[in-house]
Design a binder for this molecule. Sequence first.
Ligand code: ARG
Ligand code: ZN
Length: 873
Amino acid sequence: QTIYRKDYTPPSYLVETVELGFDLDPARTIVANRITLRHNPEAAQDHRDIVLHGEDIELVALRLNGTELNPGQYIVGTSTLTIKKAPLNVVLEIETTCAPEQNTTLSGLYVSNNSFYTQCEAEGFRRITYFPDRPDVMAKFTVMLRADKQKYPVLLSNGNLVEEGDLDNGRHYAKWEDPFKKPSYLFALVAARLVCQEETFRLADGRNALLQVWVEEGNLDKTDYAMQSLKNSIRWDEERWGLELDLDRFMIVAVGDFNMGAMENKGLNIFNTKFVLANPATATDVDFAGIEAVVGHEYFHNWTGNRVTCRDWFQLSLKEGLTVFRDQEFSADMIGTDSGRAVTRIDQVRTLRQAQFPEDAGPMAHPVRPDSFVEINNFYTVTVYEKGAEVVRMYQTLLGRDAFRKGMDLYFERHDGQAVTCDDFRAAMASAAGRDLAQFERWYSQAGTPIVTASGTYDEEAQRYTLTLAQRCPPTPGQAEKLPFHIPVAVGLLDAKGRDLALNGEGDTTVVLELTEAEQTFTFDAIAELPVPSLLRDFSAPVVLEYPYTDEELLHLFRHDSDPVNRWEAGQRLAMARLLRLTAAVQNGEKLELDYTFIAAQRALLVDETLEAAFREQALILPSESLIADQMEAVDPQAIHTARRFMRETIAKVLRNELQNAVAANATPGPYSPDAVSAGKRGLKNLALSYLLAAPDDFTLDLATRQVAEATNMTDRAAALVALIHSGADVEAQLQSFYDEFKGEALVVDKWFAMQASAPTTDVARIRELMTHPAFTLKTPNRARSLIFNFTNANPSQFHAPDGSGYEFWAEHVIKLDALNPQVAARLARSMDRWRRYLPDLQPHMRRALETVAAAPKLSNDVMEVISKALAN
Ligand code: ARG
Ligand code: ZN
């Protein structure tokens, strides 16, 4: 049941062409599939078995080269159909049926709000028809769709529309042809009642492309930003990478029931509505930024993923890590300023620490290129995506931007139209840059977060600063020992005035050191005074950096570092040390105290008008409860919560005036704009507001109440309401009127559930009550996530209730969800990953909940894999 990377063998047959005919019916859809296959010259000559995948489909008829096959002439297994001893050239005609309306897994062909959609990555195509459903089988697709014209007026598939017309019985048809060879996971169809915003867009080479954003009627007032983001993406890919749109038509379709964010099907991207629909009244700044990033991400896949795809699913990061890196760069370039770019980088670092480092340190730890899996859908992870993006970024850091671009060009030159591996990407980078990147491979094969320890000495006599860097990496399941990584460590040195020192003859103030051994020493000459080192600038590698900083040194960096990421980082270190001390004090029943030095530093930053609001916001956000938890031997969620609350309350009391000023000074009058400067102001203003409500009084409560009532955009409105909920104020009436106003907007209703689920004032009993609300359903992933995931993942003090009631709730819903949608259930299952790190009093409750799930009948592979790894490691 476990699949290993080392077992890869090339397919015995390749598919040349695929012709698919769909007679769409929610209860019983008929799929006629005609494929031409030929024996793969790279497979053993005597390997003549054709292996087709198929799941949850009914075989009606099977013909080989025109002759009907009898059941004795093929073997149907649980998820394969095998034809033994086939000829070299084969035409297969396969007729199957499926029941889209019964398909609650949202993988394959399914129905959402009375329309048809598909999701084929990773292995969903086999739920539509029998096919060699593996990414190294690439074929040309022609698709004929037939459906009721009234119910499904819009019929879409990949590529170009070549024919459409009416049929008998009120049905109609559309025929689509994709000119590019593609693996089956990139197939898509949509048959729906939809409308679109469209535009003709001029490409760099002068061709015109038709761009469309398809949504349900009533949502056309929320498509502008997605369309604008698509146009920006196309332009940016041309300008930064010389990559052009290769189709005459590019479509985005939004669907309300979707397992993930979006999917890069060739020419027909299908999106979770969350990453398409936005207007100022319904979407927040964070939503707008998410749309830009995901529209870009899926568009960029057209080259990194579709034109060059993965040989097998172990190589997933080849396309995902690279495409995340590309979307990160896109978002940063769209802001344009250095400080804006730094804020996006800080966000990336936060995501890594918040989600990826814990994954690397838990039972599901896996390398960027995993060696094995039970269920591939469990490996669409922050490690494959976000750490994978860091790995790509490190090439750029090590080779420089120009050589990296040459490496990208060479990658496309060598592999356009192919299904390749992470090694092929690395080889292209190595050739283009003329560098040996053999050791760099370990970033793909070794799991775990490396720890880099730094120490420095200054020799005044010699005017020399010596920096020693050492690396180690903790063991992970299946990998006890690790070899040294090739780590780029960007370094600067600050003088006593906070200025950057020149580090070499060229006058560089940041240099990238290459740490390749367990321990290495680097020297800097002509250093006139004892410096403060600024290490791992711009977060140059996904590692934990340890250096015995004193408070004075951190305060110096927090005030002066020219590298904004490290400036922020110094603040986080100062805050973390205090949060850990406060947590210990709570546990020991000691008096809680926060030093004035720290608050003064926060104050100085808050009022520094020379800094962008967005940066000040980042610098003032305290490390989250889960980040604090990661620093503790035995995690005590209640003590952490109390400590962090105390710290916020204390800051609020001492900086009350400054915070009030920040609220007033960062108003954004006039029409809403999602641009980074305006969003940054709203972010700082609303952070200040939430601080003020950490120590609420009549004035601040009134301030927030008015903002909820008077705000003209969702960002301000939701932020004020959230701050009020967290303050413990009575918000019953406000929640009710918010719901009444937005009950027709599914994405806003999701917010309504989410803001309650993640509030520390909401206990498990209240969550259960919210689940009986008429708007709640487990079947729509967005809704399930909004309430359940926000409780288990974003409300630690309630989820970890000492009586274990949160864990019982979790087990119950993993099991319930698994019966409907294993992919979503397996995500929820991950909430218990780190159970062995909690207080001894909590662990038995957690173990019992895990065992309850493990013992449930008919568990999916998805959930089983997660739970058994949690119990084993
Ligand atoms: N390739 C998609 C993206 O990152 C994600 C699709 C994942 N789907 C899944 N069922 N695992 O853009
Ligand atoms: Zn992707």
